[in-house]
Design a protein around this ligand. Structure first.
Ligand code: ADP
Ligand code: MG
Length: 329
């Protein structure tokens, strides 16, 4: 029996039940009414995921649900914001209750972890695509931005680089079908997990408020995203490839060329890249540790000029131009 639009919306509501005191009027009216606490700024972002473009068509619905919210929460994290609310715009090729319930479960799993209330959305028929709008809060004036990196600052990464890209190449290379299981904890299983279940670094972003001079989450690859910071800040950067988090594991499995490709240009990492004045690096590390953030690595420094220079383990500059990355400068 075909489900109506309202039955579909009901399925989402049944799975995403988290209530929050700052929702004056939630899901079910023409629009939500939300209470922004005094002294806080509202931080808003939206990201769209299209089937076959942003995730393989046979990705499990739970993973699509998780990831659609995670990529948005990662943007809030990079601003130093605390996620508070979200909206979900869905276009579905067919009203499949089982698929939708699984999708909503994955979505709700992350929403509950970060106490994010789903306060509205839209549901239509069309090719599978998922657009989430995420709303968060920061103390007024304390949002982290891309624009504050200064010459001499260190460049740090929280999270891992290249693992999701390695996972995607396994999936696309056919070495691993959806749901195929590698032994838990194996590199392949960890990479696939990084691809399907990115962990937005919310606590880390908040810990860096007042300390980091700039921040960005890595969604399109380190070179592309750090490039945004460098342009916004009017500076350049020099990075060391062997200091990049996840590097040794990737190189062991893939060789140094492919490992480098994954780490520098892979994308889908949702790691946090941030800059810190040298004298505040210890404060940043202490704040990150206190926040429970995992791996943190110092991968280089901000320098005068523009663009990125990446040094290999021997201290030689890698020829990024030859690899087609010159436009990321
Ligand atoms: P309208 O026609 O006024 O836009 P809709 O019929 O689209 O209202 O939606 C009814 C209610 O259900 C609204 O409160 C809307 O925010 C909510 N809603 C619709 N689709 C979704 C969804 N995918 N996720 C969460 N809430 C949704
Ligand atoms: Mg609507």
């Amino acid at each position: 029996m075909a489900l109506s639009e309202f039955e579909l919306i009901d399925i989402i509501r049944q799975e995403c039940t988290l209530a929050s005191a700052d929702v004056v009027l939630g899901n079910g009216d023409d629009a939500a009414v939300l209470q922004v606490p005094p002294g806080q700024h509202l931080v808003a972002c939206t990201d769209m995921l299209i089937a076959g473009r942003h995730f393989p068509l046979d990705t499990a619905p739970e993973d699509i649900g998780w990831k659609a919210l995670a990529v948005n929460v990662s943007d809030l994290a990079a601003m130093g914001a605390r996620p508070a609310w979200c909206l979900l715009a869905l276009s579905l090729p067919s009203p499949d209750a089982e698929w939708l319930r699984a999708f909503a479960r994955g979505f709700a799993e992350l929403a509950v972890q970060h106490q994010i209330a789903l306060v509205g959305g839209d549901t239509t028929r069309g090719p599978l695509s998922v657009t989430v709008t995420a709303l968060g809060l920061v103390p007024a004036g304390s949002a982290l931005t891309r624009a504050g990196a200064a010459v001499g600052d260190r460049v740090l990464i929280c999270g891992r680089l290249g693992w999701a890209a390695a996972g995607l190449s396994l999936r696309l290379g056919g070495a691993l079908a959806a749901g195929a299981s590698d032994p838990a904890g194996s590199p392949a299983a960890q990479w696939i997990d990084a691809l399907n279940r990115p962990v937005p670094l919310v606590a880390a972003g908040q810990a860096l408020r007042g300390i980091a001079s700039s921040a960005i989450d890595i969604s399109d690859g380190l070179l592309a995203d750090l490039g945004h910071v460098l342009r916004a800040s009017g500076v350049g950067a020099e990075l060391r490839v062997e200091q990049m988090p996840g590097h040794s594991e990737l190189r062991q499995q893939l060789g140094s060329e492919r490992a480098r490709d994954c780490m520098l240009a892979g994308g889908d990492d949702y790691a946090l890249c941030f800059t810190v004045p040298v004298e505040r690096v210890d404060d940043a590390l202490a704040a990150l540790q206190a926040s429970g953030a995992g791996q943190v690595a110092d991968i280089g420094c901000i320098c005068a000029g523009s663009g990125v220079v990446v040094l290999d383990a021997m201290g030689q500059a890698i020829n990024l131009e030859r690899r087609g990355w010159d436009h990321f400068g």
